[in-house]
Design a protein around this ligand. Structure first.
Ligand SMILES: C[S@@+](CC[C@H](N)C(=O)[O-])C[C@H]1O[C@@H](n2cnc3c(N)ncnc32)[C@H](O)[C@@H]1O
Length: 255
């Protein structure tokens, strides 16, 4: 079912790819390039109605922040995630990093948030909201580094590890590590559609352990059916997965 839809709705491939089932004619399994993502956002629409804050972010927020109400939180590959708005409303200082400027504009307009556009010393464009408590950085996550805002107390990763190309995964993990303070945790959530993992690698405990295990202690928190919560937030009328699950991990820097 999802297989046919894959071909006729190329844009899904990037946002919530249905997994490498091996029987697609084209496009499937090929890494998403920066251009693919920029085009996806320039269409000006998003497949998801990001109206619901991730329930596991809410549930595990105290573990993520270690109860520190002033924690700084990094959100890589943030898209138009409502989570960053919610975290700012809770009083945290949040930095989101996203390749597509179109996504930045969409984020601020869809939530009717005031912003000002600045340019950082390294040349990256930064959209600032919530009186500077939100810095939405436009650029490649691998170019963003601790010279910009130092290191962070913790990191929220929702469907960001997942779409990273296979060959870049370890680099992504190491880069996240370099942006965290000692003992800083990562909370990671990843969607599974109709039993299929989305990105180029299944987000299982084995995968997570092998990529994060050297530098982090890994704990699998849960694998939960979120169909009832999420299904109706998909705007596409032709793509309705029967089952959506979220798998959730917490990783803590060993040093
Ligand atoms: C699957 S979406 C997830 C968005 C968001 N985390 C959410 O839950 O809605 C992945 C996002 O990462 C962005 N992206 C992909 N590669 C990137 C990179 N190297 N640096 C920064 N952003 C990137 C894409 O433009 C896209 O918005």
């Amino acid at each position: 079912m999802a297989h046919q839809q894959q071909d006729s709705h190329e844009h899904h491939h990037h946002h919530h790819d249905h997994g490498d089932h091996g029987d697609h004619e084209h496009g499937h399994g090929e890494p998403a390039t920066h251009d693919d993502w920029l085009k996806y956002w320039e269409q000006g629409e998003d497949d998801w109605e990001h109206s619901i804050v991730d329930q596991f972010l809410i549930k595990y927020l105290d573990r993520l922040t270690a109860g520190n109400k002033r924690a700084t939180i990094l959100v890589p590959l943030c898209g138009t995630s409502v989570d960053i708005k919610w975290l700012c409303e809770q009083g945290y200082k949040v930095v989101g990093v996203e390749l597509a400027e179109a996504a930045a504009k969409l984020f601020f307009t869809k939530y009717k948030l005031e912003y000002k556009v600045t340019t950082a010393d390294n040349g990256l464009t930064v959209y600032e909201g919530f009186n500077g408590n939100l810095k939405y950085v436009v650029g490649d996550f691998f170019v963003f580094n601790k010279d910009m805002y130092g290191t962070f107390d913790c990191l929220w990763d929702l469907n960001s590890f997942d779409p990273i190309n296979k060959d870049d995964k370890q680099r992504y993990v190491d880069h996240c590590h370099s942006l965290l303070k000692p003992n800083g945790p990562i909370l990671l959530g990843s969607y599974i559609f109709d039993d299929h993992y989305c990105g180029p690698m299944p987000v299982t405990l084995d995968t997570i352990q092998s990529l994060y295990g050297n530098k982090f202690t890994v704990e699998h928190l849960e694998l939960t059916d979120i169909t009832m919560v999420m299904r109706d937030t998909i705007k596409d009328v032709e793509w309705k997965p029967n089952k959506i699950e979220e798998t959730v991990f917490i990783m803590t820097r060993k040093n």
